[in-house]
Design a protein around this ligand. Structure first.
Ligand SMILES: Cc1ncc(COP(=O)(O)O)c(C=O)c1O
Length: 419
């Protein structure tokens, strides 16, 4: 049998998949392991994208694969709302235990990140009996009607898709004066008594790997508490060890009222959760939350295996080590290449800002050239940011030193070419 090619599959894709769905690369991936991908023609790639932050513990971890296989042989679906099963409650127990803060917690399972954010908003509105939600510039929360409204960047996420959901208010993020500005915001934009929740990514992902300064969240959360507003941490990209702690908000030592988790939670199986203070999670009437597939048994079994792997293989330490290696290299590049502006992010959620000209303007074209060069050389590298000029690394923590070195070497060559 002749092997199918990227070109043939590309043609099929062109004929069958909506043009509204994009792909960064044109290579069809057949298999993956750890931090490596292999396409249908046998070409290998080092993966610095991890399926956009989903493969923190690596592709096809043997323990996760075994858990999926074992669960799939026993039971793949009942719908938790019809017949409950063990993997969901065992996983909820673990998530409630690892969620930041001492208050008793409860969990609700959904399928994807956007759905988790939607449900966090539903829960916050129900509990507070208030309509308004505050989000941030450069924030990203998904592509459903409500979450694209909450998302900041217009193109490609919002353009042409309005009208948007009501009662979403946006403020600046990440400058030390941010919480101070909230007082002003309450005067000019929305009365705090109407606000159900502030929803923030502890480290902004799609918006450009922006970490706010020390003290920011402590102050923000204090203002929320003083005004009866819930604080929701969207940990969908920053969570599951990415910043060196299980949840990025732990760096600021505050307890969110609700957190949203997805992506690396189940290492590629579609699973998301809202985990939050039990009193708030329990406020909603029975059947008010749920869905056909939320907390699917196979996805929950995968997530249980992921959490075991975190403990057994010291994934947080691996994440910290990866973050340190990346930072050291990025700092070297910053001195070497004029095109590099800020080093962004936290831990192993690290990005490079590319800038050009006297005014250090965003160098989006150069970011595209860099990611294309890397792809050609066998490295999957993503950009992000409102201006598309941030190069971000979401590599699996299990990447070997050799793979990391090779990948960074390719980026370095690419930087030399575009600089
Ligand atoms: C912070 C954040 N929230 C929500 C989402 C939406 O998740 P999903 O694509 O699974 O709906 C994402 C996805 O990138 C994200 O990074």
């Amino acid at each position: 049998m002749t092997q199918i090619t990227n070109k043939q599959l590309g043609q099929l894709r062109l004929e069958t998949i909506s043009d509204g769905v994009g792909s960064t690369t044109t290579n069809f991936i057949e298999s993956a392991r750890g931090a490596m991908l292999r396409d249908v023609e046998g070409k290998e790639y080092i993966d610095f994208a991890g399926g956009i932050g989903v493969m923190n513990i690596g592709h096809c971890h043997p323990k996760v694969v075994a858990a999926i296989q074992e669960q799939a042989e026993k039971l793949t679906h009942t719908c938790f709302m019809v017949n409950p099963y063990e993997s969901a409650v065992k996983l909820a127990e673990k998530l409630c235990r690892i969620a930041p803060g001492d208050s008793p917690k409860k969990t609700a399972f959904l399928n994807c990140g956007a759905e988790a954010v939607e449900n966090a908003v539903k829960i916050a509105r129900y509990y507070t009996k208030r309509p308004a939600i505050i989000v941030f510039e450069n924030g990203y929360h998904g592509r459903t009607l409500l979450t694209m409204t909450m998302t900041s960047k217009v193109k490609p996420y919002k353009f042409g898709f309005g009208p948007f959901a009501p009662e979403i208010y946006r403020m600046p993020f990440g400058d030390v004066a941010g919480p101070e500005k909230l007082h002003d915001f309450f005067l000019k934009q929305v009365n705090p008594e109407a606000v159900a929740a502030v929803v923030a990514e502890p480290v902004q992902g799609e918006g450009g790997f922006i970490a706010p300064p020390p003290g920011y969240f402590q102050e923000l959360v204090k203002i929320c508490r003083d005004n009866g507003i819930l604080f929701v941490a969207d940990e969908i990209q920053s969570g599951m060890g990415r910043t060196g702690k299980m949840f990025a908000i732990e760096h600021w030592g505050v307890e969110p009222d609700l957190i949203t988790v997805a992506k690396s939670l189940a290492a590629g199986m579609p699973l998301a959760a809202v985990v939050g203070r039990a009193e708030i999670m329990d406020a909603v009437h029975a059947w008010g939350l749920g869905g056909t597939y939320g907390g699917n048994p196979v996805a929950c079994a995968a997530a249980l295996a992921v959490l075991e792997v975190f403990e057994e293989e010291n994934m947080l330490a691996k994440s910290v080590a990866l973050g340190e290696k990346l930072k050291a290299r990025f700092e070297k590049w910053q001195k070497q290449f004029d095109i590099i502006g800020e080093i962004r992010g936290l831990g192993a959620m690290l990005g490079l800002e590319l800038v050009k000209g006297e005014n250090r303007e965003p160098a989006a074209d150069e970011a595209k050239q860099l990611t294309s060069y890397c792809l050609e050389k066998g490295l999957i590298l993503l950009s992000c940011g409102s201006y598309g000029n941030i190069i971000r690394v979401l590599a699996p923590f299990v990447i070997t030193d050799e793979q990391l070195e090779k990948g960074l070497g390719i980026v370095e060559e690419g930087l030399a070419k575009i600089a």
